[in-house]
Design a protein around this ligand. Sequence first.
Ligand SMILES: *Cc1c(COP(=O)(O)O)cnc(C)c1O
Length: 379
Amino acid sequence: MATMTCPSFSSRLTIDLDAVRQNYALLARRAAPAECGAVVKANAYGLGIGPVAAALHREGCKTFFTAHLSEALDLAPAIPPDCRIFILNGLDPDCEPLCAERGFVPVLNTLDQVERWRAFAIRCQHRLPAALQVDTGMSRLGLSHDQVEWLSRDSGLREIDLQLVMTHLACADDPDRADNSAQLSRFRQTCLLFPGVPASIANSGGSLLSAAFHLDLTRCGVSLFGVPPSTRPVTLRPVARLEARIIQLRAISQGSGIGYGLDHIAAAPMRIATLGIGYADGVPRSFAATGAAWHLTHRLPVVGRISMDSMAVDVTHLPDDLLSEGMFVEVIGPQQPIESVAAAAGTIAYEILTSLGRRHHRVYLEECRTEVRAPGEMP
Ligand SMILES: *Cc1c(COP(=O)(O)O)cnc(C)c1O
């Protein structure tokens, strides 16, 4: 029996790959002569690792970062084999053969990881590529300066083809924090141990600090997806648009309760639209307090609690014939950027993006599919 694709969906997530490409081009220009790498962990921040990475590569991106080995496996088919894939969270036990066979570059964060990678390289009888992460003051991942110094002295890296030395900034979203330059100067000390090895400190926020933070390679994530990473002004194009379908319209009388717990009681007769999107789709329950959906320039405040698969919005003040069941209204888009959704929900845009569920119908837009090719490369 032929499989039928389901013709119905309650929410639509539109991902503008041209915007991703333009954002990458802008960040790459700002980073130059440093290289601009793309962080596509967490399924490219929820937007789809395959299509996003392919679009980035068409714009000239050659270096990608994931958090997990499984993400690197998802990424690899989308980009040519000459692209580099770094695995930020490190080298998990027993992953050495797969990581080596696929040519992924683990970011080694502990002495145990260094030792296991070295031992595996000895077994393979050839050097294996790796990055080293040093912790310069975030207490999250990476080796201490002393550990790295010991490795550099003790030929502890002899079997390793060291491609990158990196660290991560704790406060890059706030350009005024002195912690940023303190981390940079500590990192520079560590880099002196590895003359000639490329270095990287900047995520999106870091890449908008002074050029001193660009070093050899930036690691941009959220900014590729149109979210300003700090208070520094930068003109990024929004990438994600989320619309939800009106699955029911109703008029309710004064005194009627709305939603679980009947938290909202209508103070007067109201008209309500029930949207087919809920917390299982990534709209946080905390969004109910001050959040809204939009139709054109009309703001439709959320009323009552957000359910798993639906939420109610107040459409009382709209002309009667403006809305109908089946129509889509905006949740994230030109009227309501993702930063506003995050602020209304008491969180950050990163969390909204990466929580967008699997149920949305996904539409990828890409007008300018001009390929970036090396001279002489076949289409
Ligand atoms: C997630 C991550 C990035 C990207 O951060 P953005 O703020 O999204 O640009 C860069 N480097 C490391 C180590 C990360 O974990």
